[in-house]
Design a protein around this ligand. Structure first.
Ligand code: SAM
Ligand code: SF4
Length: 337
């Protein structure tokens, strides 16, 4: 599947639900979240159908996200079905990890290839402040469960926010003794988080990756550690617009994802499907194409053809370059990050 700018689009990111067991300060308001109506959310069989059609058009990788994908009923069956879809080479998931202790093994057996765990701080009080409903021990237990279940790579994604003053070196050091791949993500002031309801963090809270790399290295020097060096060819599999580094001799890597400071639109290979069945060509645009209507307006071959047409339309609408606009009407929990 090629877009009109010649990029190969082979990655579909699917939000399974807009619901979540956390209320991260940069993602969702604390109270009064209006959830999608049950009937507006794509059913598991509908998602399976979309994946089948997308795979027929060239999608090779699927990432399941949310909201929290593990609170979605039927998620293990969906993983199994997606993994078994002809053409799909891997199915991965982004999760806050809370439910991994009880689900990691069955997800692995169902065919989940990789897991990314979102964790922004190693400080229990700060973790409570950020997630509003979570305990650090839960997400750490999820990380351990993912490693124990044999997922490889296990990536840990941390959103860095200037005024939180997170201990970024402590994070980077997680990669030394175990095969953990830490990735620092620039905070994106989007959705509710940028509005009145959220944390009030603004553009001044973005720490550009280049600056962050300098901070990690400076802290490393202070502690008598070597600096990060560019990672070798054994960087973690899984396409991603990250730049990878490592501490010499470390088992894992440290990546930097820079949606704001380093525009990677030219390399963008993905489409996003929201939980209510809207296809988004770009994270930073509110342009949406209605897959749900296509699915529900027909049956059998005809529905497949209608879904294909919506994909083709969304593909044609993928912007070629970065927008100055980073705000979106929907929050991250609705788009899926
Ligand atoms: N609940 C799952 C989780 O937290 O991993 C999946 C959904 S969450 C919306 C997906 C990713 O988006 C997470 O890694 C989260 O940290 C990230 N995210 C949410 N809001 C963000 C923001 N304002 N800026 C940067 N990343 C954000
Ligand atoms: Fe939930 Fe993930 Fe958003 Fe946090 S970042 S509120 S865990 S969807």
């Amino acid at each position: 599947m090629k877009d009109k700018h010649g990029r190969t689009i082979d990655y579909l990111r699917i939000s399974l639900t807009d619901r979540c067991n956390f209320r991260c300060i940069y993602c969702m308001p604390e109270e009064g979240v209006e959830s999608l109506r049950h009937e507006d959310v794509l059913r598991i069989e509908e998602i399976e159908r979309v994946v089948r059609v997308a795979a027929g058009m060239g999608v090779r990788s699927v990432r399941l996200t949310g909201g929290e994908p593990l609170v979605r009923k039927g998620v293990v069956d969906l993983v199994r079905a997606v993994a078994a879809t002809p053409g799909i080479r891997n199915v991965s998931m982004t999760t806050n990890g809370v439910l991994l202790p009880q689900m990691a093994d069955e997800l692995k057996r169902a065919g989940l290839s990789r897991v990314n765990i979102s964790l922004d701080t190693l400080d229990p009080a700060q973790f409570r402040q950020i997630t509003r409903r979570g305990e650090l021990s839960q997400t750490l237990a999820g990380m351990e469960a993912a490693l124990a279940a044999g997922f490889n790579p296990v990536k840990v994604n941390a959103v860095v926010v200037r005024r939180l003053e997170q201990d970024v070196l402590a994070f980077a050091k997680l990669s030394i003794d175990r095969p953990l791949h830490v990735r620092f993500i620039e905070y994106m002031p989007v959705g509710e988080s940028a509005g009145l309801d959220g944390c009030g963090w603004g553009p001044e809270d973005v720490v550009p990756s280049e600056e962050l790399l300098g901070i990690v290295n400076e802290r490393a020097r202070e502690q008598g550690l070597p600096e990060l060096v560019p990672a070798g060819d054994d960087r973690p599999i899984g396409w991603g617009p990250a730049r990878y580094f490592e501490f010499p001799g470390a088992q894992g890597t440290v990546g930097f994802i820079s949606p704001l400071s380093r525009h990677f639109c030219g390399e963008c290979n993905r489409l996003r499907l929201t939980a209510d069945g809207k296809l988004r060509p770009c994270l930073f645009s509110d342009d949406e194409y209605d897959v749900r209507a296509a699915l529900r307006g027909a049956s059998g071959e005809e529905a497949d053809a209608a879904v294909r047409a919506v994909f083709a339309e969304a593909l044609g609408a993928k912007p070629d370059d970065h927008h100055d606009k980073v705000g979106t009407e929907r929050g991250m929990s609705q788009i899926g990050g």
